[in-house]
Design a protein around this ligand. Sequence first.
Ligand SMILES: Cc1ncc(COP(=O)(O)O)c(C=O)c1O
Length: 445
Amino acid sequence: MPNSTNQYLKPLTTKINSNGNLEIGGCDLGDLANKYGTPLYVIDELTLRSICRDYKKAFESYEKVNMMYASKALCSLATSAIISSEGFGFDVVSGGEIYTVYKAGADMKKVMFNGNNKSADELLLALDLGVGRYSADNFFELSLLNELAKSKNKTADILLRITPGIECHTHEYIQTGHLDSKFGFDLTQIDEAVELILSEYTNLRLHGLHAHIGSQIFETKVFEDEIDILIKELARLDEKFGLKLNEINIGGGLGVKYIESDCPPSTYEIADVIISSLKNSVQKYGIEPPAIFLEPGRSIISTAGVTLYTIGSSKQVPKGRKYIAVDGGMADNARPAMYRAEYTAQIANKPDAANLQNVTIGGRFCESGDILINSIDLPEVDEGDILCVFNTGAYNYSMASNYNRVEKSAMVLVNNSQSDIIVNRESLDDLISHDVIPNRLKLNA
Ligand SMILES: Cc1ncc(COP(=O)(O)O)c(C=O)c1O
């Protein structure tokens, strides 16, 4: 089966140029660092478009597929515009994500609003902007959304988010009858929800079921089990309520290659499993094949992104490790500090240098846990060298903070030797722009 972009460690256009430097999208990474400063998020347009096309091609044999990108992985106007131009819709989880994809020109009918505690204001925004689907997460939301839709004289098109009893921890998973999760309806609560929709909530229109089983998944069998549970439930609801539900959303979760030893399946492999499981399960339970929605995030955007840092201080602990400090860290990439995520990197201005030594890359934030890479072999580095950390497109910028009152980093898009700023670097004035000093505290008042 063909490879897909999520199986690569680096953006597809990464190479060593005639100056001996790393380049991506035809742009020398040292030049990018000089021009835009560091830390700098860099997104390779070709890699991003390539994975969108891998997904579409992988699923082309199943007619009723709706591809939606999970915006939580990285949400910006430019990336949303690219993904939308590839024919994708969006999974959104907040008013901010709804507003961003709307402003980027997304077809709002292809947007699904997820989340376990959507506010009334967010739901009203979604209703006003014509969001196509709501993944209704709990009884409170069913009642709230129905009321709000009624107040606008609208009908909200919904799927019920269910907890299928599959818990996935990247490389292994367990199946339980019931899962203690903050998301979705337990399997035993579905009938009550359906009864309420059919009898009382006349401003809701139920189309199907939604589940999401985990993230950074390397197994394909979990999708088989998930689909079987969803199809079995559709068949059961048909038999019990005469309901012809014709949509399932199986969530996201396909993994990416952060380090050499990671071997995620390709989009083609998971498409094969998903489509054949669907065919098997609909035959087994005797229902019409439903439309299927997918909402991958990480596997769409992660490989397209790298982060550039400037190397500053370094220190050798006597009889201990060598630490090299960069000008970013846990505020632009929270994943290593949050859950010991691993990354790999190269020195952009001497990717080929020999005499490797094992070092630890530390961030600049005031936490001992702010370690970007615990152990990596790099050549001798000098202050001012540019470190390129790979596979930072997903859950880096989207989780960024202003910890230590540091300005958030800029983001550039590269393609065909051209670079365009797509998120401006924050300024010191941006940092204080929401602060207010009451008059009585002003020193010169
Ligand atoms: C409901 C839902 N859908 C999709 C995703 C995207 O997952 P991933 O980025 O692993 O593809 C998530 C991630 O947490 C999620 O919670």
